[in-house]
Design a binder for this molecule. Structure first.
Ligand SMILES: [Zn+2]
Length: 257
């Protein structure tokens, strides 16, 4: 990645980086940082490198997780073990992270989505970065408090279950943005084109609840969202959610566009 840091600054002191078809977000307040999500295991060196573009891993106050799928948890143990960074998430997501309970697309689900050439390339990349390993995060902890977190960027957890039971989005009121994880994406190798969408049904634990969570996001006054997959998406969250809802019926066939 040779782009200047400025290219990743999607709002003041909010940075979005992309690894192997998956994003992580860094919030900055002076030298202090918050990381949201952590790529695949194979992306861990890149996660650390991007932290060092902005500061020091020791100054990451916490890693927040949107959900405990292995494309988002890759660098967690590295950061926790090496730098003592706490790993926080919804209490409902902790069992998914520690491996007590697993809600992740199985191989058969993924194979069903492999009808696009770009999806096959993605699957090959995914295997290279550790996508078939069952990764657990023993350091996973529940948020230490309710409401806005006392962290750089002041993220506010918003429960958006469906993709997983404890899936959480993070509202960033100071910049009018929401980190939506996999509750609302703007692109993925298994989807055609770019635009606000739910992920294909095979990835989602409870599809009906995922739609309910879109309605929760719709009520947030925001001018952009930062998804787990696809580029930062500008425009009111209400309009973005309406676009995703308009495509919900296509989602299980993957024949949207
Ligand atoms: Zn994901």
């Amino acid at each position: 990645m040779s782009q200047a840091i400025a290219d990743h600054e999607v709002a003041e002191n909010v940075f979005l980086f992309t690894g192997t078809s998956v994003n992580w977000i860094i919030l900055r307040d002076g030298k202090d940082l918050t990381l949201i999500d952590a790529g695949w295991e194979g992306d861990a060196p890149e996660v650390e490198r991007t932290i060092r573009l902005l500061g020091r891993p020791e100054d990451v106050h916490a890693v927040l997780l949107t959900h405990a799928h292995s494309d988002h948890t890759g660098a967690l143990e590295l950061l926790h073990e090496t730098y003592g960074v706490p790993v926080w998430m919804s209490p409902a997501e902790v069992p998914n992270a520690t491996g007590e309970h697993v809600e992740q697309a199985g191989t058969a689900d993924v194979v069903r989505m492999m009808y696009r050439p770009q999806a096959i390339r993605w699957a090959v990349d995914m295997v290279k970065v550790g996508g078939l390993k069952q990764i657990t995060t023993p350091s996973a902890e529940s948020f230490p408090e309710e409401g806005p977190l006392e962290l750089p960027g002041r993220p506010v957890p918003i429960a958006t279950p469906g993709h997983t039971d404890g899936h959480t989005s993070y509202h960033l009121p100071s910049v009018g943005g929401v980190v939506t994880g996999d509750a609302l994406v703007s692109g993925h190798p298994t989807l055609k084109g770019l635009g606000p969408r739910l992920l294909p049904g095979g990835f989602t634990h409870d599809a009906e609840q995922a739609v309910q969570s879109l309605r929760v996001l719709r009520d947030i006054d925001a001018r952009m969202f930062l998804p787990g997959h696809g580029p930062v998406w500008y425009g009111s969250l209400k309009e973005s959610v309406d676009e995703a809802l308009a495509h919900v019926d296509d989602r299980n066939t993957g024949l949207d566009g």
